[in-house]
Design a protein around this ligand. Structure first.
Ligand code: MF3
Ligand code: CO
Length: 251
């Protein structure tokens, strides 16, 4: 099996891939306004990726041809960008991945268009769960330590982790082993080694964790129509601290 630990040359390319993904995520999130369509936000991301010399990682998924997945409100992941225009009450997630010289990085974030205390609380919990999970991405820990940290934050905040969708290794391809669930027991699963590259994902819902595939055949949405949230960063496991490759703003 190919080693999951990257050497310094490979990490250099992954860093460039990650910077490109972060810049594209930032641009598309900033473009999202009332009256802008999902397809327009997708195009902003696509143009930034090409401008920085990257390519669309999602094109490596059979049948998919967009730069991003865009999901709103009760949608959770894998939303195909459509001509739907954003409205003020939307909760919007942008998920995108870049491939640069054969190296993939993956990231996602969720934002609001207008202030809403309940939705802000929901998003704060997801973002904190992501940083708590990333803090566990250190050598000597196991995948379950990341999973457990995510689960603890999401559930202590009163929300639920989606069980059927998970984070993953990332690098030579978009999805590689190991799977990284947002739930699990401390000390369980694959042992983490410095240099492993992981896409850590917090995929959660305000209500029940059950999701279903919608009629378009791509988008997962919550069964109870409660809000879905998504936060994802690609990181390198470190000896003392993980390195975040796709940070699009200071935490
Ligand atoms: N970023 C998504 C994930 O890792 C993958 C989306 S693949 C697509 O979960 F084809 F649906 F875009
Ligand atoms: Co992913």
């Amino acid at each position: 099996m190919r080693s999951m630990v990257r050497n310094s040359y490979e990490l250099k390319l992954m860093r460039k891939s990650g910077r490109t993904a972060a810049a594209a995520l930032k641009k598309s999130l900033e473009a999202i306004k009332v009256g802008i369509s999902e397809l327009e936000a997708d195009k902003v991301a696509e143009q930034e990726i090409y401008k920085l010399g990257g390519d669309l990682s999602y094109k490596t998924v059979p049948g998919y041809k967009f730069a991003t997945c865009i999901t709103v409100n009760e949608q959770v992941v894998h939303g195909i960008p459509t001509d739907r225009k954003f409205v003020g009450t939307d909760l919007v997630s942008v998920d995108l991945a870049v491939v640069y010289k054969g190296w993939h990085t993956d990231c996602a974030w969720t934002i609001l268009l207008e202030k809403n205390a309940e939705k802000e609380k929901f998003l704060k919990a997801g973002e904190e769960a992501l940083w708590d999970g990333i803090a566990q991405a250190i050598e000597g820990n196991r995948v379950g330590d990341i999973s457990n940290a995510i689960q603890a934050k999401v559930e202590d905040s009163g929300y639920s982790v989606v069980r059927s969708l998970v984070g993953h290794g990332v690098g030579r391809s978009l999805h590689e082993p190991p799977e990284i669930p947002g739930f699990g027991a401390k000390g369980s699963g694959v042992a983490l080694k410095s240099g492993m590259t992981l896409a850590i994902e917090v995929i959660y819902a305000k209500g029940s964790s059950e999701v279903l595939l919608s009629k378009d055949g791509w988008t997962y949405e919550t069964l109870d129509k409660s809000w879905g949230g998504l936060f994802e960063m690609t990181v390198v496991v470190g000896k003392e601290k993980a390195e975040v490759l796709t940070a699009w703003r200071n935490p």
